[in-house]
Design a protein around this ligand. Structure first.
Ligand code: ADP
Ligand code: MG
Length: 262
């Protein structure tokens, strides 16, 4: 199962990605979580201990590796480099395993047509496509805010695009834009998750104003989320209400997927 998590900046994509990753891992699934944010923070959301965190760095910043694999130094253009470097060994080599969640940091990936034609983007695009082709049990992609970077492979291989929103018109507007972009690419397997919900009114607002995207579930607003963040512990461990809600969402997603495949 391959899930991509998208939405406006700050709505809670990383929080949800970490919750779902741990929920699937605790249900006995093998999870590969991929942080595709230029400022990665999924490691913190998963509550990785400092020694593991120290072993991680985004592939996008591995200049020597990029040069070794593509044949050119990152940041250069116009020279010769390979557009399909070897990447199969990278997920195992550069990820860390924590409580049955394997985490890989990629850094920003631009899969659309607008990205530069340079060694680092060739490397990241190839790696991203490779991840989508791999037969991981559960792949969770914590995407960078927009979906401009959604490419063909994402559409073909992602089982569900989960769009996180807050109960505000602005974030629903972003969700509507994401839906249009996804539709242009032919992706219609979308789900909405409402985060920072402060009561019935918020939940009703989301259900009523959703841009035609089915609501997978909601996560309550909880000050404990910020406490967990400050203390470097996973929201999954610290805030039972969010853990339980995410566990239910993980189950719904699996069930829906099995249904659509049978
Ligand atoms: N349910 C929630 N209740 C309270 N604060 C939250 C909740 N979900 C996320 N946050 C806070 O909102 C901020 C952004 O969350 P994050 O998951 O990093 O968003 P994104 O990945 O979309 O940028 C963080 O400071 C996080 O602690
Ligand atoms: Mg994030």
């Amino acid at each position: 199962m391959k899930l991509a998590i998208s939405g406006k900046g700050g709505v809670g994509k990383t929080t949800l990605a970490a919750l779902l990753a741990q929920a699937y891992a605790d249900a006995g699934r093998e999870v590969l979580a991929v942080d595709a944010d230029p400022a990665p923070c999924l490691a913190d959301a998963l509550g990785l201990p400092p020694d593991l965190r120290a072993q991680l760095s985004p592939i996008a910043e591995m200049d020597e590796l990029i040069e070794e694999r593509t044949g050119a130094k990152p940041g250069t253009t116009g020279g010769f480099f390979t557009l399909n470097p070897r990447v199969e060994d990278l997920p195992e080599r550069f990820s860390v395993l924590h409580r049955d969640v394997r985490l890989l940091e990629m850094g920003s990936v631009d899969l659309g047509g607008s990205g530069c034609i340079c060694p680092e983007s060739a490397m990241l695009k190839t790696l991203f496509t490779h991840l989508l082709f791999r037969e991981d049990d559960v792949l969770i992609l914590d995407m960078y805010a927009g979906v401009e970077h959604l490419g063909r492979a994402t559409v073909d291989f992602v089982d569900a695009l989960v769009i996180v929103v807050e109960p505000t018109r602005r974030s629903l507007g972003t969700a509507a834009k994401i839906k249009t972009l996804a539709a242009d690419l032919g992706l219609d397997r979308l789900w909405l998750v409402g985060n920072k919900v402060r009561g019935e009114g918020d939940a009703e607002f989301l259900a009523a104003e959703s841009p035609g995207i089915p609501l997978l579930g909601t996560l309550p607003h909880a000050l404990d989320v910020q406490t967990a963040d400050r203390q470097g512990i996973a929201v999954y461990d610290h805030v039972a209400a969010l853990r339980d809600a995410a566990t239910a969402m993980a189950r719904t997603l699996s069930a829906q997927l099995e249904e659509s495949q049978s």
